[in-house]
Design a binder for this molecule. Sequence first.
Ligand code: C5P
Length: 232
Amino acid sequence: MAETTIIVALDFPSKTEAFAFLDKFHEPIYVKVGMELFYKEGPEIIKNIKERGHKIFLDLKLHDIPNTVKSAMRNLASLDVDMVNVHAAGGKKMMSAAIEGLEEGCKGTRPLCIAVTQLTSTSPEMLKEELLIETELAATAAHYAYMAKEAGLDGVVCSVHESRKIHEVCGEDFLTVTPGIRPAGTSKDDQVRIATPAYAKDQGSNFIVVGRPITQAPDSVEAYKSIKAELK
Ligand code: C5P
């Protein structure tokens, strides 16, 4: 079975809280920096986190014309991040342009590039009535994943419950990055379709994104280690 890596969602309002959290860890971890923190602190925070030895998924979900995405990705790659993402709805040309930009801008290994298929906030009604997409939500997500693969992307963000299907359609090497993870007995918070770390591994998730069960735990390091043990 493929290895499953924990990505800790660094959902903090500023670097003060983010670094107070990271100070607790005495080993390199993989973190996700989203729009909230990046737009507050800028590229400097990426440099600071890298200097501490951690890996970074920079979750900015790019979606623009191919040329703009290519140039933006060139700049993001120069920050030496390990993973970035785009909206598959931008189309194949935009996704291929993202890869070109990353290749041009990276110093060593190209950052992994992952596609968002449909946001989990998109309901079947919204798809039909607002976006005028008649195809069913799950089929749309699977089609977007296949498009991402054809464009040369490395994987998709998806629910644990879609992970197996996406591996079937796009191959075992195509990565699935899955949020909505809750260890047994922990709060669901605002997540709806949750899964345990062990179940995510069983479904073939390559990366699990975990936020509050670690960041808000009384002992964050212990919570992290316990999830790591569950994945062994
Ligand atoms: O705290 P929690 O574990 O719920 O955090 C999950 C992280 O994954 C958050 O940063 C959230 O924005 C992100 N995410 C998600 N569902 C998606 C895509 C991203 O929960 N479909």
